[in-house]
Design a protein around this ligand. Sequence first.
Ligand code: IFM
Length: 452
Amino acid sequence: MTDPTHCFPEGFIWGAATSAYQVEGSPVADGKGPSIWDTFTRVPGTIEDGSSGDIACDHYRRWDDDVDLMVEIGLDAYRFSVSWPRVLPNGIGAINHRGLDFYDRLVDRLLEHDIEPFVTLYHWDLPQALQDRGGWPERHTAAAFADYARVVAERLGDRVTNWITVNEPWVAAKRGYLLGDKAPGHHDPVEAVLASHHLLLGHGLAIRAIRDVSPRGRVGIALNLTPVVAASGDPGDIDAARRFDGDVNRWYLDPLHGRGYPVDVLADLESDGEIVDRAYLESSDDHDVIAGPTDFLGVNYYERTIVRRASNEVSPEVAISPDAAITEMGWEVYPSGLTDLLVHLADEYRPRSILVTENGCSYGDGPDQDGKVHDRRRIDFLKSHLAAASGAIAAGVPLHGYFVWSLMDNFEWARGYRQRFGLIWIDFETQERILKDSAFWYRDVIAVNGVQ
Ligand code: IFM
């Protein structure tokens, strides 16, 4: 094999990611309690194809075979999430040891194969029992999350080093409690702001719990981040871009790095009537917790966002460049945005280490007559984004790992099973798995530690 064009530093971590509700299935097995996604998917009209995660990839029962596929690809690391209601069916209180046993076995098998587990503690499947008590808009949910983090760390912390507290708090707060296209499907701006605060507080409290139990643990959070561009030089578009950037990026990055919430966003929210008690959100005790030191920043990157002034003058609108290539999610393919984002994060926030905890694309290519999946567009997407990541490293960004979203096709939330992000194709009727061309391509990338 010739020398790769984009070489990565020695020790660079090559991984792939999934989340519990999207792959596991078995929603009531071994004493698992219901999550808000079990409830939400049963509401008619919430999921495009009327599906749910009841079976998904049946990973709860096929995990051993799935680890074999990871070995075939040569992964250094596997990022998965723990289902909170599997471990604590009521969200708090009695521990369901059979639920923890599943993750225990998975971790052992991964380590047997030298695959490093990266454990996400919250990837959106809040126990329904906690939602019944108000969910993330309530402060006690943050404390419950830290207790749950402690329980998981006590069981797995002797073998798991890398922990991701919360995945994409913006999505959990905004889409769950304001836009309503994700569980629990609410439409309440005040709830959404409170939810974001308690997700951040929960993150900070969970860091303390994990470090307490497992001092060698390395802990971070995974944020969905996007470079934001104004659609034009029109002052309305420029202001819309500022608001969007504030809402998605700075509202999370600033407090996590000890700066508190951005004052311009606080002012916007106050004038829009979305904050009832500003002092509560600005409590310095809470911000000390939220800004607790982390070991890495997890970046989930999919696309840049072009923003223009909203026609209704209230919320900004997202535009797509007319010449852009788009994936089947309708997302723009924009690899250089990854370089820009990583360089900006390193300059502005100086995290010790950055991991791309998600990057990938949805394309529906399925098996041909020979049973092969030729997903050329995914290879091109990943290749261009790895070149962009390599550019960021060359510019001095402390980027130490990259996780493809996703290891396998899975339940893509409100989009159901019609969107396929995997390196592994899944027949959701038979549960047959096929490694796509992209999986073999990624295997070669990992083998030479770089992209040809
Ligand atoms: O599938 C999701 C994942 O759960 C969180 N990040 C974005 C992915 C693609 O939409």
